[in-house]
Design a binder for this molecule. Structure first.
Ligand code: GLV
Length: 391
């Protein structure tokens, strides 16, 4: 069990640090999932249940975790997932994370619902920047967002398709995240919570503003608080979106398009038919349809259906280098990780995130050596124990 000891070693350690530092409603927004959080837990548990196959006496003195992806050579096959509101978790959080990811040599994917604008984030990083897009009802705003992402030199557009409606997160309801609850709730969520977390309050609350959703602010009238923006987002997400809208997005964007939020092999084939350059196997970190399969369980049939036809990324439950290797061995070309990078940034700042990425790369290298492979691109089902693989 991780504890708050002298130095953090793992993603779980940074989670504890983030929990201590953040006001409760922010930590819960980040840490929680939809409804009973079954899928959130399965994402992690199903990865844990996979056994790796230890192999011995193969020269593993020279190892490489590098992998080419969409024209970039990445230090390791990982990208930072888009996480809404991360600029509330750490000071100018999205710009800080993009900077660290760029220095490390992996892509950072900026959420539509971020505190820092795509322009601010682009100025902070030299690494690959991806832009995550939600379809909102007003297509003029969507076209404008796409044009801004292109002008900011984002190198891939990641269209999230698993949020036509929003799954209820019980923790957010309990914390009155979207307002309501009366004066006492407001006081506990606001002033009292800030007084109990002075480090966050000074660094992020006072010095980290403005706290608006800067990407969408130009299209939202009269919003000043995160609750106003979240009410706008809930009302503006477009539940009419269908496969025929993909063509329009592609024509507006004109660059590599990745479709995020696929759990079914038939949808994966449809994405290939629509010309997606990549897909993200994801259940939105267990934040949408509770009770649906974990990402690692959904991955093998999807890989069987579309491997070689589009790039396959797996997001959901990745907490370590071992998890990355299991996902790559199960058919992913790349992995994405959400909550852990935010825990590290919230709990340890830029240094914390840089440390977590090095630690994960170390875990990946050791796991490769002990499964007997020297190139990460050689990860295959052969390094998984057949009785316990997710397939
Ligand atoms: C938004 O994408 C969320 O999951 O909160």
């Amino acid at each position: 069990m991780p504890t708050l000891s002298l130095a953090p070693a793992s993603a779980a350690d940074y989670r504890l640090r983030a929990e201590k530092r953040l006001p409760r409603f922010l930590f819960d927004y980040l840490d929680g999932g939809a409804y009973a959080e079954l899928t959130l837990r399965r994402n992690v548990a199903d990865l844990e249940a996979i056994e790796l196959r230890q192999r011995i006496l193969r020269d593993v003195s020279t190892l490489t975790t590098e992998k080419s992806f969409l024209g970039n050579v990445l230090t390791m096959p990982l990208a930072l997932s888009p996480v809404g509101l991360s600029g509330m978790m750490a000071r100018r959080g999205e710009a800080a994370a993009a900077k660290v990811a760029g220095e490390f040599g992996i892509p950072y994917c900026l959420s539509t619902l971020s505190i820092c604008s795509v322009e601010e984030v682009a100025a902070a990083t030299k690494g690959p920047l991806w832009f995550q897009l939600y379809m909102i009802r007003d297509r003029g705003s969507v076209a404008d967002l796409i044009a801004r992402a292109r002008a900011a030199k984002a190198s891939a557009l990641v269209l999230t398709v698993d949020l036509p409606v929003v799954g209820t997160r019980y923790r957010d309801v309990r914390n009155t995240m979207s307002g309501g609850g009366g004066a006492w709730a407001r006081l506990r969520r606001g002033l009292l919570s800030y007084m109990m977390h002075p480090g966050w309050s000074l660094d992020v609350g006072l010095r980290g503003g403005p706290h608006v959703l800067a990407n969408v602010a130009p299209y939202v009238a009269n919003a000043t608080t995160p609750a106003d923006f979240s009410a706008w987002a809930n009302a503006s997400l477009d539940p009419t979106v269908s496969w025929k809208d993909i063509e329009w997005v592609k024509s507006q964007w004109g660059g590599p398009l990745i479709i995020k939020g696929i759990l079914d092999h038939e949808d994966a084939l449809e994405a290939v038919n629509c010309g997606a350059d990549g897909i993200v196997v994801s259940n939105h970190g267990g934040r949408q349809l509770d009770g649906v399969a974990s990402s690692i369980r959904a991955l093998p049939p999807i890989a069987e259906a579309v491997a070689g036809k589009t790039l396959i990324i797996m997001d959901g439950g990745i907490r370590s280098g071992q998890d990355m290797l299991k996902a790559l061995a199960s058919g992913a070309d790349l992995t994405m990780m959400g909550r852990p990078w935010v825990y590290a940034l919230a709990g340890g700042g830029e240094r914390g995130l840089a440390h977590l990425l090095s630690a994960i790369k170390g875990e990946l290298s050791v796991s490769m050596a002990l499964t007997g492979i020297t190139r990460v691109t050689d990860a295959s089902p052969d390094i998984l124990s057949p009785a316990h693989s997710a397939a």
